[in-house]
Design a protein. Structure first.
Length: 643
């Protein structure tokens, strides 16, 4: 599969100012109403509570949202063809188009009783209430269809791409108009036509088709489903493409998207956007990006990858469609974001592919290529060492105190529960990265909840100092027990860690230790546990700078200084960071899913994180070294000596 890079994507995006894209379909206005919570005003006439709107804002919706995204992407001329009413929302729609520079001579303003479509979305705080839809949804006035057909035909001749958007069951898309549109598509083979229809089926069989999961699963008359497995999505996209003889883009929300074109079917991995997203408008962004990129000469796979990036930008905009955020620079920046590997498999252990005779899970089910490995990188905490086992139990309460600040012990239990849940999600998502980066995220949480005055919020170094002091107290207690002979070093080793390191070293492989823990601490703890001799000076940790990620630095350093290709690097770790970085350069990543309390056996929460991070192989511990080396294709011969 062709992988996008910044140079290639920038070149495509650079062509967009020279293009013309027309959006045809059901235009609407999106209304956002912020409702005051807890007001005690009561209507004198009805005796019912009054809902006070503290803020209202309006923007283009439906086909207008698609047009907004096309504008944001930098297309030179964006045209709109559709209808609106003379009611107050019709002029509002045209003013919004003027503000964005959308050419709307193709918008027919219909007299009463026709009314502009409006989707009103009331919010109480961050919670969205039931949407209110109003406007005309019946037959168009006589003669309007003929006018629209003529405008569409002119747009087809004058545009590089035309997007056909359908939102409501009745209205524009009469049999007469559908026939005229199909004739215009046939007459303009040089124009890209992209269709996004909610419930029309496929009235435009030769156009590029964008479907969500429900639309795709209902395509052949089956029961619609909200989601299907990765493999099933690829098969279905291929079947639809075969039936329509055109490119098909199947969007799958948090599971990325699938694109089928000709003989080629590709799965485009989702982007890690964090736990807070607003998916409204993401589909419109995908449609807009597909049309714009294909008009600029991109193939279907390249357009799908760009659309995936653009959608990842838009969903991070809350309580709005996010279309205005998908600028070329934002889409290019999204290339640096982390992708999520095999999200469906990560969430469903029943689909695991186990290697016969072992407890090892292969992701995906194919052969590993680690036979040429020369360098082996180890994460420390949770991969080799359990000295810091339970760090989450220290970080979570520490973060809770930081977020609640003066309201700690004084606020409602429901609020505390919400904060704790958000902290747990954050810790789960950031496991394996530098503590300093986690503390940077803590600052965002503190500001978001607003319990702590701005002038009392610490910086990331201040919060890290609090956390480190608490954690190191626990670590020191454990180290003291080792020194006093109350516990052995091996009590804090993942099972068989030392025999693994010895076998790899004796085979002539170069071993590196990389950790998100402060460098001085990881060196001290590695030496305390007897790991240091295997790594020498090749122990790396955090240096107090957010941009210095030890795991990334080690991998990049090996590649650049020694001139190796990535296939000669093997990484063992229990966090997504080292998995992603290793996969990124073509190395082999082994996810260690150990239960850190027992020091062996599977921890299923780790399994999920490691698959999403990009692990090729999942193992519970190092107890079966013969099988491990056989599966990896290594020549190393593990020692039979035990502790």
């Amino acid at each position: 599969m062709t992988t996008l890079n910044k140079v290639g994507l920038a070149k495509r995006l650079g062509r967009l100012p020279n293009l013309t894209v027309t959006v045809f379909g059901d235009f609407s206005v999106d209304a956002y109403w912020s409702i005051c919570a807890g007001t005690d005003q009561v209507s004198v006439e009805t005796g019912l509570p009054v809902q006070e709107v503290s803020r209202q804002r309006y923007g283009l919706g439906g086909a207008g949202d698609v047009a907004s995204a096309v504008v944001a992407l930098g297309v030179g001329v964006v045209r709109a063809v559709g209808v609106c009413g003379q009611d107050p929302f019709g002029p509002q729609m045209l003013r919004d188009m003027d503000a964005l520079g959308i050419v709307h001579e193709g918008m027919i303003v219909l007299p009463p009783p026709w009314e502009t479509l409006v989707y009103a979305k009331p919010y109480v705080g961050a919670k969205e209430g039931s949407r209110l839809d109003f406007g005309s949804m019946g037959e168009l006035p006589e003669g309007t269809v003929e006018l629209l057909a003529g405008l569409f035909e002119e747009a087809a001749r004058a545009s590089d791409a035309v997007i056909i958007n359908q939102q409501i069951r009745s209205g524009l898309y009469t049999p007469q108009l559908i026939d005229r549109i199909n004739a215009a598509i046939a007459a303009n083979p040089g124009t890209v036509f992209v269709v996004d229809t909610r419930n029309l089926g496929v009235p435009f069989p030769t156009a590029v088709l964008k479907l969500n999961c429900r639309e795709a699963t209902a395509f052949f008359g089956e029961q619609p489903l909200d989601d299907i497995a990765d493999e099933d999505a690829m098969v279905l996209a291929r079947q639809i493409a075969d039936a329509t003889h055109s490119a098909v883009f199947l969007t799958r929300g948090a599971n990325g998207l699938v694109v089928a074109s000709g003989e080629d079917v590709q799965y485009v991995l989702p982007i890690d956007t964090g736990p807070k997203v607003d998916t409204v408008g993401a589909g419109d962004v995908v449609t807009a990006t597909i049309a714009a990129l294909m008009a600029a000469g991109a193939g279907a796979t390249e357009a799908a990858q760009a659309a995936n990036l653009a959608a990842s930008v838009s969903v991070r905009v809350l309580q709005a469609t996010g279309t205005d955020a998908v600028t070329p620079s934002a889409v290019l920046r999204a290339l640096d974001d982390d992708v999520i590997y095999a999200p469906g498999l990560a969430d469903d252990p029943t689909r695991a592919t186990l290697i016969t005779g072992t407890e090892y899970e292969l992701v995906p089910p194919d052969q590993l290529g680690a036979g040429n490995v020369e360098h082996v990188i180890f994460d420390h905490d949770g991969t080799l060492s359990t000295l810091r086992q339970g760090w989450e139990d220290i970080m979570a309460p520490m973060m809770l105190r930081a977020v609640l600040g003066p309201m700690y012990g004084k606020t409602r239990p429901s609020v505390v529960s919400d904060v704790k849940r958000q902290i747990a999600e954050f810790i789960d998502r950031t496991t394996g990265i530098q503590t300093l980066v986690q503390m940077k995220g803590l600052i965002d949480l503190v500001r978001e909840w607003g319990f702590v005055p701005d002038d009392e919020i610490l910086d990331e170094h201040g919060y890290k100092a609090i956390y480190n002091d608490l954690l190191l107290q626990r670590v020191q207690v454990r180290i003291n027990k080792i020194r006093l002979g109350q516990l052995a070093r091996e009590d804090f080793h993942i099972k068989n860690a030392i025999p693994l390191l010895r076998a790899l070293r004796d085979a002539g492989l170069v071993l590196h230790l990389a950790s998100g823990t402060d460098q001085a601490d990881v060196i001290a703890e590695a030496n305390e546990l007897g790991f240091g001799e295997f790594f020498g000076e090749r122990i790396y940790g955090s240096t107090g700078h957010i941009e210095h990620d030890a795991k990334k630095v080690v991998i990049d350093g090996i590649i650049s200084q020694i001139g190796l290709d990535g296939s000669k690097i093997l990484t063992f770790g229990d966090g997504p960071v080292e998995m992603r970085e290793t996969r990124r350069i073509g190395g082999t990543s082994v996810g260690v899913c150990s239960d850190e309390i027992r020091r062996y056996g599977f921890n299923m929460a780790k399994r999920r994180r490691l698959i999403r991070g990009g692990a090729h192989l999942l193992i519970p511990d190092f107890s079966d070294l013969d099988s491990l080396f056989r599966v990896l294709g290594l020549d190393a011969r593990p020692s039979k000596a035990k502790y």
